[in-house]
Design a protein around this ligand. Structure first.
Ligand code: F6R
Length: 262
């Protein structure tokens, strides 16, 4: 795992965006996995800027989002399809038909999940997956004790995640759906590269457990220790519980630019 500690969320997001831009320049038809939530917003703003000001071309890019709430239609203000349209897709030159978000309104969840997995395979697999992390260590909506072998499927959110996400639903936990469709941990681990972003003191414990703790299903993100190409972009606040923070800074600062952005 490569740990990249930046001063704040803006710098961390810009560093992550440079990695994505580098991929799209090298491979214009890249397949990119995307996340929602508050964490990737600055990353998406930077990708929009790179598209508008530096001509990064998304016209041949394909995307797959990690997850979607079950029971929220695409137009619902908290659906992840709407989030992606409003915060990224509507502002870059990606083709709508190349963007994929699980269908939270499907009548056949199992068939929809199997088709989502197949669509990823048909696209050639995910080159780079963007991840956030829940305060309980979830990635996608793979809550603690999720199988490391899991594929796209229905999951039940923990009460903590429901409470965490109530901020998007007028602070009302009763409005937060309890079920979602999420890529599995096995799906995420199949991506050729994973980049995780985590900002703020409320993520510090989960980040430390992910990076330096034991690999355990109780801390789903810790499986990234087994990924051959995983980068973790964090700010100083999220780095406070890391024992080897100085070492990670020393490693990163010693790298040539081409390696930092690879
Ligand atoms: C969202 C997702 C989740 C979030 C996590 C952190 O697509 O997969 O794992 O990344 O819940 O959410 P924020 O960024 O809102 O703290």
């Amino acid at each position: 795992m490569e740990i990249i500690i930046k001063k704040d969320a803006h710098e961390g997001s810009c560093a992550a965006a440079r990695v994505i831009a580098g991929l799209v320049r090298r491979k214009p038809n890249a397949v990119i996995g995307l996340a929602t939530g508050s964490t990737p917003l600055k990353l998406y703003n930077e990708l929009i800027r790179l598209h508008k000001e530096e001509g990064i071309d998304f016209s041949e890019v394909t995307t797959f989002n990690l997850d979607e709430y079950i029971g929220l239609p695409a137009g619902h203000e908290q659906s992840y399809r709407r989030f992606m349209n409003e915060n990224l897709f509507d502002h870059i030159n990606i083709k709508t038909e190349n963007t994929h978000v699980p269908d939270g309104m499907t009548a056949d969840v199992s068939a929809t999940c199997a088709a989502y997995e197949q669509a990823i395979v048909d696209a050639g697999g995910i080159d780079l997956q963007v991840l956030g992390i829940g305060s309980d260590g979830h990635v996608g909506f793979n809550e603690p004790t999720s199988s490391f072998a899991s594929r796209t499927r229905i999951k039940t959110l923990t009460q903590q995640t429901v409470a965490d996400n109530a901020r998007f639903f007028d602070g009302d936990e009763s409005k937060v759906p309890h079920h979602c469709i999420t890529m599995g941990i096995g799906t995420i681990m199949d991506a050729r590269m994973n980049i995780m972003l985590a900002f703020g003191a409320n993520k510090a414990e989960a980040v430390a457990d992910t990076v330096e703790g034991p690999v355990a299903a109780m801390m789903p993100a810790s499986i990234l220790q087994h990924h051959a190409s995983a980068k973790v972009f964090i700010d100083e606040a999220a780095a406070t519980d890391l024992k080897l923070a100085d070492y990670y800074r020393w490693v990163y600062n010693g790298k040539p630019d081409w390696q930092k952005n690879a």
